[in-house]
Design a protein around this ligand. Structure first.
Ligand code: 5GP
Ligand code: ZN
Length: 113
């Protein structure tokens, strides 16, 4: 986890602006946004995938509530938004530090590809 990019961002080592930060969670804009608002909500502790969240219900709660808080902050709560967590290779997870994508600001189709 020493070279984990999201650990470095969440700890403040990388100077990425944070939209939200508390004792356990950080949120920041995705570097390659797929919507006008595309925020990543991550735990400060290194957890690889959603599978490893099963033993951490308090962290799940904090992560989800942070998504809702950022949705309020960014104006998405009124407008509508999507929360996505990709788990594992088949889902397209590319960074193995668990994260929720908060997406909004444009109409979205369903199902995803
Ligand atoms: P995944 O495919 O794992 O669900 O999503 C990883 C996301 O992290 C991608 O949307 C990608 O654009 C984003 N990302 C990868 N590296 C960085 C980075 O260094 N900074 C930020 N802000 N986002 C990143
Ligand atoms: Zn990490």
């Amino acid at each position: 986890m020493g070279d984990c990019i999201f650990c470095r961002i969440a700890s403040g080592e990388m100077k990425t602006p944070l939209l939200l930060e508390n004792d356990s969670v950080a949120a920041f804009s995705d570097i390659n946004p797929q919507a006008p608002v595309h925020v990543l909500v991550v735990p400060k502790e290194h957890v690889e995938t959603t599978n490893e969240l099963s033993g951490k219900p308090e962290l799940v709660q904090k992560l989800f509530l942070a998504c809702l808080q950022v949705a309020e902050q960014t104006g998405l709560a009124e407008d509508g938004y999507r929360i996505v967590a990709n788990c594992g290779a088949k889902a397209g997870q590319s960074v193995y530090h668990v994260h929720f994508h908060l997406l909004g600001g444009r109409p979205m189709s369903w199902p995803p590809g």
